[in-house]
Design a binder for this molecule. Sequence first.
Ligand SMILES: [Zn+2]
Length: 201
Amino acid sequence: MPAAEPARVVETRALSGQPLPALPGATHELRLSLYAFRGSLWTQREIEPAILEAARLLARCGVALAGAELRLLDAPRRFHFYSTPVARELLHGLPVSKPAIFFVDDTLNRPAYDAEAIGLANAATRPELANTVWVAHGARDLPLALAHELAHVLSDSGEHSDEPGNLMRAATSPENTRLSDAQCERLRERGQANGLLAPRP
Ligand SMILES: [Zn+2]
C-alpha cells in the first residue's frame, strides 16, 4: 500500500439546522459521523435534510438519531473518489467513529453503485472499511439510499427483500420505505452487539 498522504479534519459541524426528532418511544440511539471533502461537490445543505429524512425512516425501528457531526476533510483530490484501495488508504491514517458516512464525488469501483455499505461481514479483506457507507454525489433518492445503506451496516447483513414497499428491496425507489418487524429486530440486535447503537438509558 502506498504511503498515506495527509488527510485531516479541518472543521467539525454539528447538524444543527433543525432539532433532531425527540422520538419518545425509541429504545436505541444512533450517533452518526459524516465526512465530506473540502472543495468537493457536496454541501451541508444537501447532506443535512437527507440525513434527517433517513433518520425518520430508521425511527420506525425504535432507533433515534441522537447526534450527527459533519467533518470536513482536507485531502488530495484523488481521495474525493471512492474506490476500495483509496478508501482503505484514507481510513488507514484517519481515526473515525463508526458508523461513518463518506460523501464522495463519485465511485470508481465497478460495478458502480450510487451508494455502498460495508458491514463487518463483508469487511474481511478491507477491515478499515467496516461499518462505513460511501455515497456518490447525485445518488438517486438520497434519503432512501442513506437509510438503505445504514440498515445494511446496522444489521450487518447484505440481504435484500422482495416485499413490496420494503426499504431493503435491491432497487431504491420512493415507494420502498418500510422495514419489517424482523428486519428492525435484527438491526437493533446486531447494531447494539457491534457497538453501533446504544440502548437508550
Ligand atoms: Zn442494498
